[in-house]
Design a protein around this ligand. Structure first.
Ligand code: FES
Length: 427
């Protein structure tokens, strides 16, 4: 399956216990009784309109992700940006030559793949829906930081980071007026090639659009904080578990407990893994927490998809795993995309139209992606709420660079985001 899907190798905090609202949201997000609790809160806390500004608001909530071309016409530009990203695809001194060459050669094939899933990626639609719905909940549960305004910033597709930042400035954030924004990664598990790359890009455009001087004299520029990872949030785990249970329910009671659960995440080049990237450990943490929630009801494995090219990648590969199990007579398998929060080409094309189709057995299925899942969106609101309450600019973990990191971009970007904590303290 190598080289079949070049796009895919890309990817290739605490509340005061005395706060009744805090306590309520913590419960509503993580329990199966979440919806009644949320409705109850809505009667206690009046909604905040987008015209009302609270003591600490407004707050820009920026969802960061890799993005995907919404139409086949956008594939070329998407691939071009993707292969130009040295954080994602390190091509060394030849990056500016090889990147455009590879992207041009692959565009027609990838356009066909996007055409096969309906003509474009649904990631923008889902990102805009998720961020908007999350902000509505935040306006209810965190009126002091309301209104919460949703933004999406993609690394390789529209809306690009620079477009998002320009819109922020146009909407009255920064540009001498100050303001507060949260960069919320939509990769639950941190990797320097995904979240790290998006943050480096955000730092770059912040410096360009608000001026280099804003780093030494930040008055009037946007104060940023980052939600950089959330691999074991109970709401995330619950949403995954419910989708798995729904798919398991389609098997007969006699066969159900023997269905193998195959968690699938984007692979990484071993050069990135060996540099010290935290992604493999964080993906494994998500898997283990989901299995704990399921009471280890089924056998399971974690495998890795979308590797490309001749270099060594983290395995075992998802496609090989399915083939090997089917060959061994294990034909009841549920694939679970565990590292992405909505459908994208790696689920709709690579898993559904390649891996599952080629397995040729009706027992090989896939759990639904999170997409518009209400439990998941409530989890996003809980993660954001706790972050806003914490006063932290990012996790303690984010400040520590990979042991093998030689990137000046990482150094400067991390220094900037960690340093934002001093500004948050005086807000
Ligand atoms: Fe991980 Fe730079 S590559 S911090």
């Amino acid at each position: 399956m190598a080289l079949r899907n070049p796009i895919s190798h890309v990817c290739k905090h605490a509340l005061s216990s005395s706060s009744s609202r805090a306590s309520a949201v913590s419960h509503f997000v993580c329990s199966r009784q979440s919806m009644p609790r949320r409705r109850a809160m809505a009667t206690v806390v009046p909604p905040v309109t987008q015209d009302a500004t609270s003591s600490k608001g407004p707050t820009a909530m920026v969802f960061m992700n890799m993005g995907g071309p919404s139409t086949t016409d956008e594939v070329g530009d998407f691939l071009s940006r993707l292969f130009a990203d040295a954080d994602l695809i390190p091509l060394g001194r030849l990056q500016s030559y090889l990147g455009p060459l590879i992207s041009r050669r692959r565009t027609p094939k990838i356009q066909k793949q996007y055409a096969a899933i309906g003509g474009g990626s649904p990631i923008r639609k889902w990102s805009e829906y998720q961020s908007s719905e999350m902000c509505k909940i935040l306006d209810q549960i965190s009126p002091e930081t309301a209104p919460h305004k949703p933004y999406v910033a993609f690394r390789y597709a529209n809306p690009l980071t620079e477009d998002m930042y320009a819109q922020l400035l146009k909407d009255g954030f920064g540009g001498g007026k100050g303001g507060r924004a949260v960069a919320f990664t939509q990769y639950p598990q941190y990797s320097c090639s995904t979240t790290g790359s998006s943050l480096n890009e955000l730092w770059k455009w912040r410096t360009r659009l608000e001026g280099k001087g804003s780093n030494t004299d930040p008055s009037g520029s946007i104060t940023w904080s980052v939600i950089d990872r959330w691999p074991v949030h109970p709401g995330l785990v619950e949403a995954f578990a419910q989708n798995i249970e729904a798919q398991l329910a389609t098997y007969t009671p006699e066969t159900r407990k023997d269905v193998v659960l195959l968690f699938s995440a984007h692979s990484l080049p071993m050069s990135v893994v060996n540099r010290g990237d935290t992604y493999p450990a964080e993906v494994a943490a998500t898997v283990y927490n989901v299995m704990q929630r399921l009471k280890f009801s089924n056998p399971y494995r974690l495998c890795w998809q979308s590797q490309v090219g001749p270099s060594a990648w983290l395995g075992a590969q998802t496609s090989d795993t399915v083939q090997e199990y089917v060959k061994k007579g294990q034909t009841d398998l549920v694939l679970i995309p565990i590292a992405f929060t909505s459908d994208h080409i790696e689920t709709l094309y690579e898993l559904d139209q390649e891996v599952i189709h080629e397995a040729g057995h009706p027992g090989v299925k896939r759990a639904e992606s999170l997409n518009g899942n209400r439990v998941f969106i409530e989890a996003l609101a809980d993660i954001a709420f706790k972050h806003l309450q914490s006063g932290e600019s990012c996790s303690r973990q984010m400040g520590l660079r990979c042991q093998g990191c030689k990137s000046e971009r990482c150094l400067e970007s991390k220094r900037f985001f960690v340093g934002q904590e001093n500004l948050l303290a005086v807000r």
